[in-house]
Design a protein around this ligand. Structure first.
Ligand SMILES: C[S@@+](CC[C@H](N)C(=O)[O-])C[C@H]1O[C@@H](n2cnc3c(N)ncnc32)[C@H](O)[C@@H]1O
Length: 308
């Protein structure tokens, strides 16, 4: 199986970043230096996180430092890729990140979107069974943004039958979701739409849930999504965010490893720390109420509105 070698990708990307940087001995690069090299911020940050947590570079709080010892380890990884005829794969990935900036879901064709949405149902249904243990949706009205074909919703509804569950997503996931709804008799209501022009049945929702959605967008776009939700919120509405959230810049390591792929697929998208989420939610006067680690990769944040 062609598994993703996250560390090799980060080493390859880093070597591409610095290929024109002159240095003798240890190399020191500030975050400003990356800006001057005009490297996309979410891509270089994800790369550097992977290197730091794997001791392939040091970070002293201001600059990244590549010692001779690190250089030897990088060289070994690149030689391995070369001897296994893997370099082309990494060249292509790097070229894609530079030449095809854009958003994953805009780049895939209808068939790929359909396959993605079919596979997504069972994956989110399985993780949803675990997630549903942590939130009591009895009698609640829930709006899930980017809920794809409704696997998470189906899991919640199998536990809380009387909850009203709405999923907003684009055309293809909603079409596939409706097929699954027929097949399994679940009661998810699908709304075909756009999170940036949010139009949903006009009612106050108890929960607005987003799983693996905000990490696809930069901070400005996330702020837009949250502001669009506000007209459907009352003083009791909670936001629930479930994704690959970081405890801090360099933890947990297993989560950080996926960050570069995410940054490549969704230019501007990025993993965030809990503190960064708090910052984004401050924009709509919401505060962090709960942090729940669901599994090795996913963490759930519950955010509540401040009473003014
Ligand atoms: C990374 S997937 C996450 C899917 C699912 N929630 C999960 O956790 O696996 C992001 C979802 O957001 C949807 N999406 C992306 N941009 C959107 C937009 N502008 N409006 C509505 N849905 C969007 C995609 O179709 C996709 O279903």
């Amino acid at each position: 199986m062609d598994y993703i070698n996250y560390l090799a990708e980060a080493v390859y990307f880093f070597q591409k970043f610095i290929c024109h940087v002159q240095h003798e001995g240890a190399l020191q690069l500030s975050t400003q230096a990356f800006r001057e090299l005009k490297i996309n911020e979410s891509i270089y940050k994800a790369t550097m996180r992977i290197l730091v947590v794997n001791n392939m570079i040091d970070f002293d709080g201001k600059s990244y430092v590549l010692t001779d010892e690190h250089s030897i380890k990088h060289k070994r990884i690149l030689e391995d890729l070369n001897s296994n005829n893997q370099i082309k794969k990494y060249e292509d990935l790097y070229a894609k990140s530079v030449e095809e900036p854009g958003f994953f879901f805009d780049r895939i064709n209808d068939l790929e979107y359909e396959i993605y949405s079919r596979c997504n149902f069972s994956i989110t249904y399985e993780s949803g069974k675990e997630i549903a243990k942590y939130l009591d949706f009895t009698d609640k009205t829930v709006l899930e943004l980017g809920g794809n074909s409704g696997g998470l919703g189906a899991a919640f509804l199998s536990r809380y039958e009387d909850c009203s569950y709405f999923v907003l997503d684009t055309r293809i996931p909603c079409k596939i979701g409706k097929e699954f709804k027929e097949l399994y008799g679940t009661n998810v209501s699908f709304i075909e739409g756009n999170v940036f022009e949010l139009e949903v049945p006009s009612q106050n929702y108890d929960y607005i849930l987003m799983m693996n959605l905000l990490h696809d967008f930069d901070d400005v776009r996330c702020g837009e999504i949250l502001k669009n939700c506000m007209k459907y919120c009352n003083a009791h509405t909670k936001f629930v965010i479930i994704e690959d959230i970081l405890k801090n810049d360099y933890e947990p390591k297993e989560v950080i490893l996926h960050g570069l792929r995410l940054a490549i697929e969704c230019m501007g998208g990025k993993q965030r720390t809990i503190e960064e989420f708090k910052e984004i939610f401050l924009g709509i006067n919401y505060m962090l109420e709960e942090v729940i680690r669901i599994n090795e990769i996913h963490t759930m944040l519950v955010m509540g509105g401040t009473v003014i």
